[in-house]
Design a binder for this molecule. Sequence first.
Ligand SMILES: NC(=O)c1ccc[n+]([C@@H]2O[C@H](COP(=O)([O-])OP(=O)(O)OC[C@H]3O[C@@H](n4cnc5c(N)ncnc54)[C@H](OP(=O)(O)O)[C@@H]3O)[C@@H](O)[C@H]2O)c1
Length: 170
Amino acid sequence: MWKPRTIALDLGREDILKDLTAVSDSLEIGLLVNNAGVSTVGPFLNLTADQLVKQLYVNARAGLILAHHFGKKMVERKRGGIIFLSSASAMCGRPIAPTTQEQKAYNLIIAESLWYELGRHGVDVLGFMAGSTKTPGWDANAPKPNRFVKVMDVKSTVAEALVALGNGQV
Ligand SMILES: NC(=O)c1ccc[n+]([C@@H]2O[C@H](COP(=O)([O-])OP(=O)(O)OC[C@H]3O[C@@H](n4cnc5c(N)ncnc54)[C@H](OP(=O)(O)O)[C@@H]3O)[C@@H](O)[C@H]2O)c1
């Protein structure tokens, strides 16, 4: 019977592979979803440089390291999938959340690049530009009252990502 395994891991840490590989090395990881993200809304200069770097580590560096680690094994097996969470807001900068957009743009571009490079070896890669989706993070940052016309539910957003995987780079 299929048994999930979990590991609590701070992706803002310097060494993220050590504890993870202790759990994952014996498994065939078929799909990597680089979903974890931190979104800080507020003036750029209100955050310390350390906070900004930690955010960068979680939002971009972790996905890069994980895609390299698991992507290598997927290419050897000639199959697998990697999803990088980008965002509908990745296409331009905007004030009060400058680092989040920039890191979502990074995820989009690296996904496009790897889609081509790893795709030739049977590994599907997707840069997923999620729209507004009702999650705890969205609730915490959404303007109140909510003036968004539509917010997607998590199930629909996830379904769109999985359908899109293997059908184009973005
Ligand atoms: N919701 C939206 O409207 C929307 C739109 C576009 C893109 N996205 C992207 O979708 C992804 C998920 O967002 P969400 O809305 O679900 O956000 P969320 O509700 O705030 O959830 C963030 C997730 O990231 C994990 N995380 C945060 N910091 C971490 C760290 N240092 N190490 C390990 N895990 C960490 C959290 O784990 P814990 O629960 O353990 O803290 C949580 O599971 C993000 O990449 C976000 O940028 C979301």
